[in-house]
Each structure stands twice: as C-alpha cells, then as structure tokens.
Design a protein around this ligand. Structure first.
Ligand code: NAD
Length: 471
C-alpha cells in the first residue's frame, strides 16, 4: 500500500503540516491501494507565499525563457507517458483507450502553448495607446478527478506562458497521479516557487486559495455547484476566475443524417471517459418519425459496448471513480424510470461478473422528455437519453432548453445546414459530424457551464491584465 505524504512548495518535496488522511481506493476492485496525507490552510499559505515571491522575478522573464521552461516541462512529462497511463487506469478507473489519449493531452499541452506563445504579442497599439498585457499574479489551479493531470498540465502551461506562478490543488482522489506529475515537474528544474502543489480537501485547501488576498486568479475545472462557491468567495478579493463547469450536451441528429453511422457514434460518445466527461453528448435529439429506427441502432450499439476492467485494451467503459459516484448514477437510473422514460438497455445494478468494482451497465433511456431530471441534470455516468423532436426548430429549442452550454454535436449530410443550426445553439464548442478536438480553439461554456475560455490565445489572455499607456 502506498502512502503519499508529500506536497511540493518552493522547489522542495515537503511533509504537510496537515495530518488528516484520505484513503485511495481502486474503483475496479474497491480495494484500498493507498493513503494520502492532506495539506491544510498552513500548507496552502506557505505555497501561496512561495508563489508570490517567485512571481517577482518570473513575471519579468522573456518569451524565450518561458518557452525554454515549457520545453523542459514537455520533456519531463513525455518521459513518463507509460507511467501516467498506468497510474490513471489504476487510481481513476479510466479505460486504457481513454487514459492513453488523456496522457497525450497532458504531454501536448506544453508544445501547444509554446506555439501560442511564439505568435503572441504582449504589447499592442490600440487607438493611440500602447497596451501591455501583463502577468496577472499568483494563480490558484483547482482541478477535478476525471482527467486530473491533463487539466493540471494545460493550466500550468498557460500560467507559465503568461509569466504567472501557481498553486495547484488537485482532487484528493487523484493523489497518486499528482505524485507522479509532481516528480515530472520537479525534474523540469523550474525556478523555486513557480509552481507549488498542495494535496487537500476542497473546503480546506480550495477554500484557502479562494479566500487568500495574494491569489490573483483562480482557474477551476469541476462541478457547477463548486464553481459557484468559488465565484462567490473570489469576489471579496476581486479575483479573476476561469470556471470550466458541468454540461448536458445535446447531440442533434438532423433528418438527413446517416443514422447507421451517427447513432453508434452518438452512443460511443455518450460513454466517453466512462460517461464521466463534461463534454459528453448525453442528450441525443432525433426526429420523432425516426425514433423506432434510432432505438434499434442505439440498442445494438450499446450491446456492443464492453464494460469491464479498464486495463484491458478492448474495454470501452470502466468503473465509476468512487462508490459515491456509482450510487449517484444508480439513483438517476431509478429516477429515469420513475419519471416515465423508457429503459431501452441497461438499468440498475452491476453487470454480471463485475460485482466488486463500481461498474454501471451501459444504459439508454428513450422517449425522454427534455423537462425530465435525467435530461436536465448532469448524471456523470454511462447513461444516454434519447429525446424525440418534431422539426428542426423544435430540435434547436430543446437543445437550448438547459441551464448548461458547454458543448453540442450536430450530424447532417449537409454541412451548410449543420452550420446554420450550430449558429443557433448556445454552447461554447460545437462539433459537426464527428467528435474532434482542436487544442488552439477556445474551450469553455455558455450559461452555467462556466465563465471564460481556456486554450490558445483566449486561454492565455485570461492570465493577463491589460494596461493602457497613453502618451
Ligand atoms: P468538484 O466540483 O466536486 O471538485 C473539483 C475540485 O474542486 C476538486 O479539487 C475539489 O476538491 C475542489 N473543491 C471542492 N469544494 C471546493 C470548495 N468549496 N472550494 C474550492 N475548491 C473546492 O468536481 P469533481 O466531482 O471533482 O468533477 C466532476 C465535475 O467536473 C463535473 O461536474 C464535470 O462536468 C466537471 N468538469 C468540467 C470540465 C470542463 O472543462 N468544463 C471538465 C471536467 C470536469
């Protein structure tokens, strides 16, 4: 059993002042695999002080120096690709397929930000003034468990590019993954205090970051509920916030789409990252006169999904991250039936032979109404809702009838038509005819899916403060 008792402050691995411990459980077996000693407010304050001191010189670094640091981070993280995948599968229960992609995202965060930085001007002329974009200060980075190191790498890469220093608080459930990334970052040999990492609980370490006057900005990825708590707390010191929150993304299948291609893809997409993905297309909107055909295709696709040990190459859906998350998903499957949706495939209980871990059956509800809780609330598990619509206008209205607005997906054989529909959807990122990623395109949500954008130029600008110089 591994005992993790290190945090990272001012270039050193330290034993935390905090003494509380948290059990690390393998979600595939529900066996305890380790224990992490959590940091407390004192540890957080020490990390913030180190980052504040480092900011004095780091904010003065040149573009070339920052690029050199990003290159070192890239080299150090790249070397451990296999370890990143292995620890994520074990601790989080992500499938091998997903974890390989996630480790790649973590690694490529650095070269992607280098490219943005090379082409970025920190000084511009606007009107008859000089505008300097200056480093904001110490950034608090707070991340969730569902792709922990990917989020940490992309947020830290952006902070470094902007000349900001950072205090990172990962999810307490990701302590082994954090330990590994901590070692990689240490190997990169950055100046002391530029990044600091404190394991700890949200209401302890996260709350101190939110409250502390020396944190200039918080970059948060996590649930909408926590995002609201952070935003409220950040106001007292007028911190800048970037909030990447939850989603309930619509996947609109237009009546001219090729169903035999679009429906299996839609099912596969809804189950991405074991259904624990903020951008998962969990509301499948289909023409009502094609519902029967869709149901047949969707059921067949779900029956082809392999739920099982995430370490196996052919597994599509692994366990839920925790027992609590498993119970949450079970509860929604119950609610869906009570609300009168038709259970097409899957349902309550664990799949046969997988009783030990937090496994959920690949589940689809059909004939779902958009006002049902299963269509409005983020379930965060492998549960898809098929919602029939009457016509294109109805599909758009249903797609937008949500408090969220993170992503949307459209399938059509007519690209122009799909783009016209995309223009009417309230979502930060819209994919047409495929699930794809562009690391330079802005990422973030409309409405309660968040505030601000990450990645590329939009992401970088969110770590900078414009200063106009009028001469
Ligand atoms: P969460 O909100 O429970 O926790 C996220 C982080 O916030 C953790 O590190 C947690 O310890 C910390 N935290 C908790 N309470 C806090 C507080 N009071 N003050 C400061 N920090 C606090 O989210 P989770 O369960 O870890 O992750 C799942 C959620 O994340 C889902 O809602 C999902 O949609 C969302 N998410 C969003 C994106 C995106 O890019 N929009 C990406 C991934 C996940």
């Amino acid at each position: 059993m591994k005992k993790i008792h290190q945090i990272y402050i001012n270039g050193e691995f330290l034993t935390p002042h905090g003494t509380e411990t948290f059990d690390l459980i393998n979600p595939t077996t529900n066996q305890k695999i380790g224990e992490v000693v959590l940091g407390d407010e004192e540890d957080t304050k020490a990390a913030i002080a180190a980052a504040k001191e480092a900011f004095k010189t780091f904010s003065k670094t040149t573009k070339e120096e920052r690029i050199a640091y990003l290159e070192k981070l890239h080299a150090a993280v790249s070397k451990r690709e296999n370890d990143l995948v292995k620890v994520m599968v074990e601790e989080y229960g992500g499938t091998l397929q997903f974890c390989k992609m996630s480790a790649q995202n973590a690694i490529t965060a650095f070269p992607t930000m280098i490219e943005t930085l090379r082409n970025f001007n920190f000084e511009k002329t606007v009107g008859h003034s000089k505008v300097r974009l200056e480093s904001l200060g110490v950034v608090g980075i707070i991340t969730p468990w569902n792709a922990s190191n990917g989020f940490i790498c992309s947020k830290l890469a952006t902070a470094i590019a902007a000349g900001c220093t950072a205090v990172i608080k990962p999810s307490e459930m990701s302590a082994q993954q954090t330990q590994l990334i901590m070692k990689c970052f240490h190997e990169a040999g950055l100046p002391k205090g530029v990044f600091n990492i404190v394991n700890g609980l949200g209401n302890v370490v996260g709350a101190e970051i939110t409250r502390h006057k020396d944190i200039a900005k918080i970059s948060f990825t996590g649930s909408t509920v926590t995002g609201k708590t952070i935003a409220k707390g950040a106001i007292d010191t007028m911190k800048r916030v970037t909030l990447e929150l939850g989603g309930k993304s619509p996947n609109i299948i237009l009546d001219d789409a090729n169903l035999s291609e679009a429906i299996p893809l839609a099912v596969f997409g809804a189950y991405m990252n074991n259904g624990q993905a903020c951008i998962a297309p969990t509301r499948l909107l289909v023409p009502e006169n094609k519902l029967d055909e869709v149901n047949i295709l969707a059921k067949a696709a779900a029956q082809n999904i392999k739920v099982g040990n995430p370490a196996n190459e052919d597994t599509n859906v692994g366990p839920m991250v925790s027992q609590k998350q498993f119970e949450r998903v079970q509860n929604y499957i119950k609610i869906g039936q009570e609300e009168g949706a038709t259970l097409l495939v899957g349902g309550e209980g664990k799949p046969e032979g997988l009783e030990d871990g937090n496994f959920v059956k690949a589940t689809i509800f059909t004939n779902v109404r958009n006002d049902m809780r299963i269509a409005q609330e983020e379930i965060f598990g492998p549960v898809l809702s098929i919602i029939p619509y009457k016509n294109e206008a109805d599909a758009i209205a249903i797609a937008n009838d949500t408090t969220y607005g993170l992503a949307a997906y459209i399938s059509s054989s007519n690209k122009e038509r799909a783009e016209k529909v995309a223009a009417q959807i309230d979502a930060g990122r819209i994919c047409i005819n495929k699930f794809t990623h562009d690391p330079q395109a802005p990422f973030g949500g409309f409405k309660q899916s968040g505030i601000g954008r990450e990645f590329g130029v939009y992401g970088l600008e969110a770590y900078l403060e414009p200063k106009a110089i009028l001469e």
